[in-house]
Design a protein around this ligand. Structure first.
Ligand code: PGA
Length: 256
């Protein structure tokens, strides 16, 4: 199956676990994907471990290439240089990362990142050959005010920059109120928002039909079949449930 037609099943491990936990989880994920063979062959798998653990995990991943890809959870908005504590897109690309998550709601709302810095990060990621998973989504308050679409449109428009296309950009719609709460968005909400995002992308890009739009926010084995089979849902960005290899791979099975 064509890469872009495959559903992207991405695990965002966030700031969790020891190095040993990360190694064990990585191996368990690879084993489960291999064991499930045909049942998950329509999916592309990605794990985004804490940056500190990626180098060690790549030792396991390179022995069994193509089973699961690795991505970063964020990158710097700058090229290499005097930026204490930062890790550049070039560095992530250099060690073998293929993707980077940018604009996750925890970075927007806890760290305080706005569209200006997010755009700079997207540019650096693309310049360095990384594929960007750009997270967009409204807060509960914004939804209550009826401005969910307006917020998402603004976050999308911010990345209308030269060089983005369906190969190097993936959108993850993650309503902030659904992340880590156990309350995933309803099928109806996801259907409407993903159709809106698809239409918005059409205005922005020539090859928008091929761009993958993921849903994220309390995706679990129980709701995966429902959520991942909605029109314009081309995969999932999974937080909590990606920390368990069985539930991570079972979500992919439900998607098929
Ligand atoms: P969750 O997190 O699956 O734990 O809700 C999703 C995310 O933050 O990407």
């Amino acid at each position: 199956m064509d890469r872009i037609m495959k559903k992207l099943i991405a695990g965002n491990w966030k700031m969790n676990g020891s190095l040993q936990d990360a190694c064990e989880l990585c191996i368990a994920v690879m084993d489960k994907i291999e064991k499930n063979g045909a049942a998950v062959s329509d999916c592309e798998f990605l794990i985004c471990p804490p940056a500190l653990h990626i180098g060690s995990l790549l030792n396991y991943l390179k022995d069994r290439p193509d089973i699961v890809k690795v991505g970063a959870q964020d990158c710097a908005a700058y090229d290499n240089g005097a930026y204490t504590g930062e890790i550049s897109a070039a560095m992530f690309a250099d060690i073998g990362c293929e993707y980077v998550i940018i604009g996750h709601s925890e970075r927007r709302h806890i760290i305080g990142e706005g569209d200006e810095i997010i755009v700079k990060k997207v540019k650096k990621a693309i310049e360095n050959g990384l594929r960007v998973i750009l997270c967009v989504g409204e807060t509960q308050g914004e939804r209550d005010k009826g401005s969910a679409k307006e917020i998402v449109a603004k976050q999308l428009e911010a990345v209308k920059i030269d060089g983005i296309n369906s190969e190097n950009l993936v959108i993850a719609y993650e309503p902030v109120w659904a992340i880590g709460t156990g309350n995933a968005a309803t099928v109806d909400d996801v259907k409407k928002m993903h159709a809106f995002i698809r239409a918005k992308l059409k205005e922005m890009l020539a090859d928008s039909d091929n761009l993958r739009i993921l849903y994220g926010g309390s995706v679990k084995v129980d709701n995966a079949a429902q959520l991942l089979n909605i029109e314009n849902v081309n995969g999932a960005l999974i937080g909590g449930a990606s920390l368990d290899a069985k539930s991570f791979v079972d979500i992919a099975k439900a998607a098929n």
